[in-house]
Design a protein around this ligand. Structure first.
Ligand code: NAP
Length: 480
């Protein structure tokens, strides 16, 4: 059977790639979703030129038309959430309900930023000089390059594209090569929304081929990147050399503190949810469970019992808790970290092996490691799979110190019934997002998202804070 071909979107036209790559279902590697275009540097250049050409009219155009287009995109995503969520589950391996949830979030993001088109404000302030007034206004940055990872194939493109367009920028999107399906479906919806040709362009392909040409293109004014620390750091260097605005959202090694006074049932559930669901492939997943002495034994018993009930299987199958991991290389990485942890002295309590199912896919039993210490690689490096380790500490103060003992700082959680400890943790956690009696993963779409230390660089994404990145400030002095 011949697979359907999906092309790049450049200047409002569907353009054949220089070659095509198959998009493979990680639950069943014999299921090919389609063949997706691969661009080269020449096509990338055409996409940037199209965005540059569209910018003058779009950036100064009617904001009601912008709002209407974004609202239309959001409405279509929401009305097709089941179909898009199913596609997401098929290409990335999240369960279908998780996929539908992510599609819903994406629709809501476009609706939120449709409203933001009409809410951009400035300031008028008195001048220190008499007879002068001062206006502070925000303007779009220009052409923005958006580079997205594979683990949220529709939500991350949505939370970059929607604010970029709302604030009057033109876009070149390069989605992760592993999951081009959702990005293509989103591009197809955007292409029919009434947005003029060239305002939004989709260029698919490998980061190693079109990443550098996008980041270094003189016609691109800003880069918003989500992905690994290694790629992000390299992009930041290139942007600084080219004096481009840059925003990076990267990895995490998120701590979940469990204190003696925690509600045990709640603590077990929130840890299992945030460590293992979505196959642990969330930048906000809890991978370090920091547990105080008094609850330690009961907590491990509770988590192990709960993990025994987790169903791993085909992402499209009803009743499944966890789908496969996203690719063979990710599976190999996850399994190798289980070995690394044990070689460092950790004890594997449960899971950590490859699972076979009716179809040939990348299935793994979630792994729990105990007796780990902060200096072990398993507690310092991001695994990005269903692998969590437990660190035992004597009290709250030691737990807080351990939680902050990481080069990352994305999300951090505490399970406690103590208002004093929750309040102290909220203030002293060195993370961008803090959760009290909630999983470290799972955030709202209308408020800022991002981290500190090695997890993020530049201004926050999402909510109204997105305007910091997608606009630039102008100060105008007027003689009266
Ligand atoms: P990745 O390998 O860094 O890739 C991210 C994106 O960068 C992909 O589109 C990739 O393209 C592209 N890329 C690769 N090399 C490039 C280059 N030289 N120049 C420009 N772009 C290049 O990350 P991933 O494996 O897709 O995603 C997992 C990582 O994302 C984890 O570290 C996770 O924590 C992080 N993440 C962070 C957040 C957050 O908001 N903090 C959210 C989600 C995920 P190809 O893959 O197509 O080659």
């Amino acid at each position: 059977m011949v697979n359907r071909k999906y092309d790049n979107l450049i200047s409002g036209q569907w353009v054949a790639g220089v070659k095509y790559a198959p998009n493979i279902n990680p639950s069943n590697i014999n299921d090919v979703i389609g063949d997706y275009a691969q661009a080269d540097a020449v096509q990338l250049d055409l996409a940037v030129q199209a965005a540059q050409a569209a910018f003058p009219a779009w950036s100064t155009g009617n904001i009601q038309a912008r709002a209407d287009a974004l609202d239309k995109i959001g409405t279509e995503i929401l009305s097709r959430r089941e179909e898009l969520g199913t596609l997401l589950a098929r290409e990335e391996g999240k369960t279908r309900p998780e996929g539908i949830g992510e599609a819903t979030r994406s629709g809501n993001i476009f609706k939120f930023f449709a409203g933001e088109c009409l809410r951009l404000t400035g300031e008028i302030v008195p001048s220190v000089r008499s007879g002068v007034s001062v206006e502070i206004t925000r303007e779009p940055v220009g052409v923005v390059g958006l580079i997205t990872p594979w683990n949220f194939p529709i939500a991350i493109p949505a939370w970059k594209i929607a604010p970029a367009l709302a604030y009057g920028n033109c876009v070149v999107l390069k989605p992760a090569d592993l999951v081009p399906g959702c990005a293509w479906a989103l591009a197809e919806i955007i292409a029919r929304s009434g947005i003029p040709a060239g305002v939004f362009n989709l260029v698919m392909g490998r980061g190693s081929v079109i990443g550098d040409p996008l980041v270094n293109h003189p016609g691109v004014n800003a880069i918003s990147f989500t992905g690994s620390q290694s790629v992000g750091g390299r992009i930041a260097q290139q942007c600084v050399l080219n004096l481009k605005k840059v925003q990076l959202e990267m990895g995490g090694k998120n701590p979940q503190v469990i204190l003696d006074d925690a509600n045990l049932t709640q603590a077990v559930e929130l840890c299992v949810q945030s460590a293992f669901f979505s196959s642990g492939q969330r930048c906000t997943a809890s991978s370090r469970l920091i547990v105080t002495d008094g609850i330690y034994a009961k907590f491990i018993e509770g988590v192990t019992a709960r993990m025994a009930g987790i169903k791993v299987g085909d992402a499209l199958e009803a009743g499944i808790d966890i789908g496969p991991v996203s690719s063979l290389s990710q599976l190999e990485q996850d399994l190798s970290y289980v070995d690394i942890g044990q070689a460092e002295g950790a004890i594997l309590v449960t899971g950590g092996e490859r699972l076979m199912r009716a179809t040939d896919g990348f299935y793994m039993a979630p792994a729990l490691l105990t007796d780990t210490t902060a200096d072990m690689r398993i507690n310092r490096e991001e695994v990005f799979g269903p692998v969590a380790s437990i660190i035992r500490v004597k009290d709250y103060e030691a737990a807080l110190a351990e939680a902050n003992n990481t080069p990352f700082g994305l999300s951090a959680g505490i399970a406690t019934t103590s208002l004093k400890h929750a309040t102290h943790f909220k203030r002293h956690s060195q993370a961008g997002m803090v959760m009290v009696n909630l999983p470290t993963a799972g955030v709202d779409y209308h408020v800022p998202f991002g981290g500190r230390k090695g997890s993020s660089y530049g201004s926050r994404e999402q909510g109204r804070y997105a305007q910091e990145f997608f606009t630039t400030v102008k100060t105008t002095y007027i003689a009266s």
